[in-house]
Design a protein. Structure first.
Length: 207
């Protein structure tokens, strides 16, 4: 290895070491966490029209928010993404919208003293297939009402639901999924410099 090569390796090692010392010796910045809340509904127990189990058997799914819901929270949230199904149709943030009904804001939730979504009269969401620019009848919808019921339905006009599957007074349960920490840019920089050193040394060994 030439003198210039030794100097280059030495510089990269110093830079990597400096990043490592900074990361371990300095207070860590607050990291944004995204949390996924998972819903498991009870089975539908009433059906009309073409709805039946299978395939429409109950609501399951999840939504993801940028930060955990705080303790004793009550209000509307803005999911980063969501995906719910009745066993047949999927409602996601790419093919549906959440609407308000009877004055209830979309994505309304309440939490207990631990930050968990509570179990009685604590949530509301109503999803319909389509986007605001092209929403038209008929459409398939999905409704979960805290302490009330889960519905999957076919709506043919503003005030007419012609077919549905539902359960009454059998609301499901929520659980919190995996929290995903935001990666530190400094950690990535240190790892990149260390990787550059290793790659450089391997190349020199093969020459």
């Amino acid at each position: 290895m030439t003198t210039s090569n030794r100097k280059a390796v030495f510089f990269l090692l110093q830079a990597s070491l400096a990043c490592s010392l900074f990361l371990f010796g300095s207070p860590r910045p607050t990291m944004a966490d995204s949390v996924t809340y998972i819903y498991t509904g009870n089975p539908f127990n009433a059906f009309t029209g073409s709805y039946a189990c299978p395939p429409e058997c109950g609501i399951t799914g999840s939504f993801t928010v940028a930060q955990p819901l705080p303790a004793n929270f009550g209000g509307s949230v803005a999911p980063i993404s969501y995906d719910f199904t009745d066993g047949f149709t999927h409602w996601t943030n790419s093919n549906s919208v959440s609407i308000s009904v009877a004055g209830r804001a979309p994505w309304s939730f309440s939490t207990d003293s631990t930050g968990a979504i509570c179990t009685a009269y604590c949530w509301f969401f109503d999803l319909v297939l389509g986007q605001p620019s092209d929403l038209s009848y008929p459409f398939r919808g999905l409704l979960s009402l805290d302490g009330g019921a889960d519905y999957s339905f076919l709506q043919t006009s503003p005030n007419t639901v012609t077919e549905f599957a539902w359960n009454y007074d059998l609301s499901g349960t929520w659980s919190a999924g995996v929290t995903v920490p935001e990666p530190s840019s400094l950690s990535l920089l240190g790892a990149g410099l260390l990787g550059a050193v290793i790659l450089f040394l391997r190349r020199k060994q093969t020459v």
